[in-house]
Ligand binder design. Sequence first.
Ligand code: AMP
Length: 279
Amino acid sequence: MEIFTTAANLHAWSMAQKRAGLKVGLVPTMGYLHEGHLSLIREALKHCDKVAVSIFVNPTQFAPNEDYDAYPHKEEDDIALCEGEGAAAVFLPTPAEMYPTDASTWVEETVLAKGYCGAQRPIHFRGVCTVVAKLFNIAAPDVAVFGQKDFQQVAVIRRMVRDLNFPIEIIRAPIIRDEDGLAKSSRNTYLSADARKAALSLSRALFAAKAAVEQGERSAATLEASIRATTTAEGWLPDYVNVVDSETLMPLETVTPGTSAILLACRREGLRLIDNILL
Ligand code: AMP
């Protein structure tokens, strides 16, 4: 497995793969890899010959009051995990490699990025789109894989890819959960034992809502109220709970099975978790 720290070297590698007739996949991550990330590598390998994993904690998607400085790292383990999954390359740039000190260009999706997490984190998706656009230009992948865990993020990136004509197929891979239901996240490491136990209320509430829809419930208000009650009872206060159209992310009053999803973000003790479910 190749390890690159410069954009030029990753780009040259990707071009060489393509000249050899091989398909290149990209899995962008911020590292501290877990089974969720590894599932994306496996998914990418179903669609491509060579998979590159980027590990970069992107400063431009964090607001000053967020956890950029505290974000967990374990580069050596991450590299071994990527190799173990059959990745062909890892890209580990420094912030200085990614951002010239006088960088003055942003990529901003202006509709899907506005609500939900974008409402709580106003500069977040601008940072995500900018870094993902840069990674797409650097790695020149044929396919890129993102996790459903960050539901709004995939919708925003798909829109960016469509609007800016990136010749890249975007694949959304399912959420990987701990055995008890908690969606895996690098940030779960911040959870105290109590907060982690209480955090099971998020997935429990979403699974119950899906079961209710399977039993015939169609009212978004009823589903949202029930989810709010379940997580609030465990001290996880919702930032938002919305039944939405899974493509446009528009809030819905009535569930349409097959094209609706529920998006959820909750806070407790200064921590924030997101989760979602397709209905
Ligand atoms: P992150 O390192 O948190 O920026 O995540 C990198 C990629 O992994 C994103 O596309 C995430 O959506 C995806 N991801 C994170 N957690 C999970 C999970 N539990 N299941 C599936 N994909 C995930």
